[in-house]
Design a protein around this ligand. Sequence first.
Ligand SMILES: NC(=O)c1ccc[n+]([C@@H]2O[C@H](COP(=O)([O-])OP(=O)(O)OC[C@H]3O[C@@H](n4cnc5c(N)ncnc54)[C@H](O)[C@@H]3O)[C@@H](O)[C@H]2O)c1
Length: 331
Amino acid sequence: MINVGLLGAGRIAGVHASAISSHPSSSLVAVSDINHKAAQSLASSYGCEVRDSEQIIADQSIHAVLIATSTNTHSELMEQATAAGKAVLCEKPVDLDLQRARECQSRIQKTGQPVMIGFNRRFDPNFAALQNALSKGEIGKAELLSITSFDPAPPPTEYIKVSGGLFKDMMIHDFDMANFIMGEVPITLIAVASSMVNPEIEKVGDVDTAVVTMQYLNGSMAVIKNSRRAAYGYDQRLEILGSDGLLQAQNVLENTIVKSTQNGVLSAKPSYFFLERYMLAYRAEWATFMDAIIQKKDIPVGMDDGVTALAMAEAAKLSFALGEPVELSKI
Ligand SMILES: NC(=O)c1ccc[n+]([C@@H]2O[C@H](COP(=O)([O-])OP(=O)(O)OC[C@H]3O[C@@H](n4cnc5c(N)ncnc54)[C@H](O)[C@@H]3O)[C@@H](O)[C@H]2O)c1
């Protein structure tokens, strides 16, 4: 049995607590949060202890930690946990600051501990199937990837202030998805963005609507479209045009009912948000992490992927600020 400590007891920690507890090889032993009430509430739901993060990391009987705290704490906690001999699954992004993330990458590499970064969408069965079909050559050579990623509604501005902003907090998932699907990193990107959904978002220095276009060495392209608002729910789709055809991953709907009448054809809305849409993915992510620890399998999405996606987010921020394309190698 792998004993697990959960650092953080906020929105995403609840999802992870459920995945850890329901896996046959892991046991949730303790949870920490600087907000003691949040930790208490999560711990009582899962019958585990509340402890400080430092106590969890120092406990020799805990084999792995899942870091689901606010982004500005990730590097520090990853360094402490790996230095203490623990396997780590850390939420995205690795850090708010790229240089700090690179420093963390080099420190944790020296410990030799397995570290996985929480790009859960790679474990979504639909996206994984699309990637698998493409990698088997079913539509020939990849030429143009389109990623649509719209949230149903923006988070509170208090969250936006500490999140790192749209490129590092939200689009980072799509940068990683592009890397996963295309199997390589683009050479250049250009970003356009604005704040159209909520004026408060602009006041705290962020954008809520953005498009990034990327180009790869062989000329192929990818486009990422993000919005913090879609009136009809959480819109998560992929489309890739290849030399021999097209692959699409459509939205997962709330139900499969389709009503057809003389007025038209009506289906359900997309699953509301990430907790609903990606529940299977979070569980598969945890199961993959467990396999990596128990069966010593390779970590499929590690620190290098986390740092690469963060560099792409940094490049997008810079491109938006300059109003011109940015080469990834310069970041
Ligand atoms: N992979 C995904 O789909 C996904 C979804 C949501 C959030 N996230 C990421 O997960 C992280 C948390 O996001 P959230 O939405 O759960 O935020 P949240 O604000 O709901 O939760 C974060 C929690 O961390 C606690 N915390 C802060 N510093 C701490 C410390 N030093 N020690 C212990 N606890 C500490 C806060 O008190 C808070 O309860 C962020 O990095 C975010 O980017 C990932």
